[in-house]
Design a protein around this ligand. Structure first.
Ligand code: KIV
Length: 279
């Protein structure tokens, strides 16, 4: 088993595609690590997928570290990316560096990801200058989706909005981000940006022209209803499989067909006889 590194992912640009999936706990980290997928993202999507919030904004740094630790302890092969949650990096650079450091030191992540536009690129640069590798997440940035007018495709409205996304990508690259993630960006625009950048790009809802792709695991396996845009593809209906198993278990308990002898621990019948007779 060879550990996936940042230079390895960079070397794939223009050679072959690569993939990333989210994981927020040990069972999913183990499955992704065993699947051949190159990267794991401990995304702040965990706020919606795991914690029941209706946006990613409430996720705290402590929650990110808690979940990232479980992934960091488990995955041995994948390159690990820890997401910076809302307001963990926007206020000032030293707080951003300290929080990024927590994902590396406490949780064992290989790099961090932060959402933003060219306005956040100085913060990305400060983290990079502190020695932490950063992925810049541009396009639809769910932490601030409300201020963008909701969950929408970004950049395709007119030439000016398209140029803004190009500028955001170039600013993140100039800040030293080793990779740029584009969410909900029109496919041809994402393909154009991928060609303009020397660093790899990863897309979600950004078409086939990106260097790599990312999906939210629980959504692709039918275990989460979705984020409001048709990004993903259902690769398996694990949610249905699990629900059917739970229904079957319920019926077995109601009808006394679980547990069976094989799921029980025997005791010498003579001991029960003595208990009953009070000997
Ligand atoms: O938090 C997350 O899962 C993400 C992906 C949607 C890219 O940022």
């Amino acid at each position: 088993m060879t550990k996936v590194t940042i230079p390895f992912i960079q070397s794939l640009k223009g050679q072959r595609k690569f993939a990333m999936l989210t994981a927020y706990d040990a069972p999913f980290a183990r499955l992704v690590d065993e699947s051949g997928v190159e990267m794991i993202l401990v995304g702040d999507s965990l706020g919606m997928v795991m914690l029941g919030h209706n946006s990613t904004s409430p996720v705290t740094m402590d929650e990110m570290v808690h979940h990232a630790k479980a992934v960091g302890r488990t995955a041995k092969r994948c390159l690990l990316v820890g997401d910076m949650p809302f307001m963990s990096y926007q206020a000032d650079a030293s707080e951003a560096i300290r929080n990024a450091g927590r994902l590396i030191k406490e949780a064992g992540m290989d790099c961090v990801k932060l959402e933003g536009t060219s306005k956040q690129s100085p913060i990305a640069k400060a983290i990079v200058d502190a020695g932490i590798a950063v992925i810049g997440h541009i396009g639809l940035t769910p932490q601030t989706a409300a201020s963008l007018g909701g969950i929408n495709v970004i950049g395709g409205q007119n030439a000016a909005t398209a140029q803004r996304i190009v500028d955001d990508a170039l600013a993140m690259q100039s800040a030293g981000c080793w990779c740029v993630l584009m969410e909900a960006v029109p496919a041809d625009l994402a393909a154009y940006i991928t060609k303009r950048l020397s660093v790899p790009t990863i897309g979600i809802g950004a078409g086939i022209g990106c260097d790599g792709q990312v999906l939210v695991s629980h959504e692709m396996f039918g275990m989460f209803p979705g984020f409001g845009l048709p990004f993903g593809k259902h690769y398996a209906e694990a949610g249905e499989l699990i629900r059917n198993g739970m229904k079957q278990y319920h019926q077995d308990v109601l009808h006394g067909t679980f547990p069976e002898a094989a799921n029980s621990f025997p005791i010498d019948a003579e001991m029960i006889r003595r208990l009953e007779s009070g000997e």
